[in-house]
Design a protein around this ligand. Structure first.
Ligand SMILES: *Cc1c(COP(=O)(O)O)cnc(C)c1O
Length: 381
């Protein structure tokens, strides 16, 4: 029997690639190290020779990839002596901020759009003890307010405009390369603020640099403050593909969308904070942006659950919805390896799931005959 050291989170694992010191107090909940699952049934049904993997970020401690960024952001906030953090959120950032603040023993203020976040996410912010501020406005209004209030109050912003967020999130790309042995041909992500697509690209760039762990272009993203410098990109990098919900697709409209609307509430964002970085990623990687209707998003969410046994939230399914369409059309050619990030856990939004499910639910008397009948009537031969 050999024992592996206990996994203690992504900062410990990638310490030499992250801006932390030896004596930095790490605020971690064991985030990262999420499964990369190879789809078996969906590619077969598509009738295409493709390798699709899903990176199941819903298995992070608070159920979304936001934990990767939040462990770094809160670690650095605490290191700088901050006693409070603040964020605007469509739900998952507030859940992560609240949890990591609780762990650190500091206060989290979270601004959320009134009535427009999934129930599970609301429960999380409340249970972790955040101060929840519901605004009569959307995420973009909340983001504007957070930026303004941070100039007047001693609070650290932990939205993805905080550069430490992207540093933490880049580790997802490291994990994928380590597991596959190389970068995939395509990496598909849902896009809201476009922080995550940017973070992944930073990760792929760092990992594919000739000098091992050095950054060249990626330095532009962290303002040149990154501790890695020199070296050239020689390793393989994927084409980065970002999908937005059709009702909130500013990248497709060429500018901010005033009243973003979509069932995928996590990406209900009309004014992405990482606008310039995202376009740079698209250009450098040779990828593209596109949009998916709510109908297509929900169909992909359901298909993934029914065919593969993987339950993600609606926004997360946008990556697979778009990828399947682009595989079908040949835009993503046969023979490709594709990673789709499943950004959040399906349990966060039970309302949407139950509303669209068509699986049989039968109510019967608690009697043997009734159970037999229910089984007989629902057996597919
Ligand atoms: C935050 C979030 C996104 C969008 O990520 P960005 O970095 O804002 O583009 C997508 N899906 C889920 C579930 C999220 O929580």
């Amino acid at each position: 029997m050999t024992f592996r050291p206990r996994y203690t989170g992504l900062i410990d694992k990638y310490r030499d690639r992250l801006p932390v010191h030896d004596d930095t107090r790490i605020i971690s909940l064991g985030e990262g190290n999420t499964p990369l699952i190879r789809l078996q049934n969906i590619p077969r049904e598509l009738g295409k020779d493709v390798d699709i993997y899903v990176k199941y970020e819903g298995l992070n401690p608070t159920g979304s990839f936001k934990d990767r960024g939040m462990t770094m952001a809160v670690t650095k906030a605490v290191e700088a002596g901050s006693k409070a953090i603040i964020c605007a959120s469509t739900g998952n950032t507030s859940a992560a901020a609240a949890a990591y603040a609780a762990r650190a023993g500091i206060t989290a203020f979270v601004l959320i759009p009134d009535g427009k976040i999934a129930m599970g996410k609301m429960a999380q912010a409340m249970m972790y003890g955040a101060v929840t501020i519901q605004i009569k406005g959307n995420f973009d209004d909340g983001m504007q307010l957070v930026k303004e209030v941070a100039e007047h109050a001693p609070v650290t912003i932990v939205n993805s405009i905080n550069p430490y967020r992207l540093q933490g999130q880049k580790t997802a790309a490291f994990e994928i390369i380590e597991e596959l042995g190389h970068a995939p041909d395509y990496h598909c992500l849902p896009v809201g603020n476009a922080g995550n697509v940017t973070a992944h690209w930073i990760g792929y760039c760092e990992y594919s640099c000739s000098s091992g762990d050095h950054v060249t272009e990626a330095c532009a993203y962290c303002g040149g403050k990154c501790k890695f410098a020199g070296g050239a990109i020689t390793g393989k990098r994927p084409k980065m593909v970002g999908y937005q919900a059709a009702g909130s697709a500013p990248f497709m409209r060429g500018g901010p969308v005033k009243e973003p609307e979509t069932v995928a509430t996590a990406i209900r964002i009309g004014n992405p904070q990482s606008w310039d970085q995202a376009w740079k990623v698209q250009k450098e990687s040779g990828g593209w942006f596109d949009e998916c209707t709510d109908e297509l998003i929900l169909a992909a969410q359901k298909l993934l659950a029914e065919r593969e046994g993987i339950f993600c939230e609606p926004a997360s399914a946008t990556s697979l919805a778009g990828a399947m369409r682009d595989i079908q059309s040949g835009k993503i050619p046969e023979g490709s390896s594709i990673v789709c990030t499943l950004t959040g856990n399906g349990l966060k939004d039970p309302d949407t799931a139950i509303k669209q499910s068509t699986s049989p639910v039968v109510s019967i008397d608690a009697e043997l005959d009734a159970v037999k009948r229910a089984i007989f009537e629902n057996t597919i031969i």
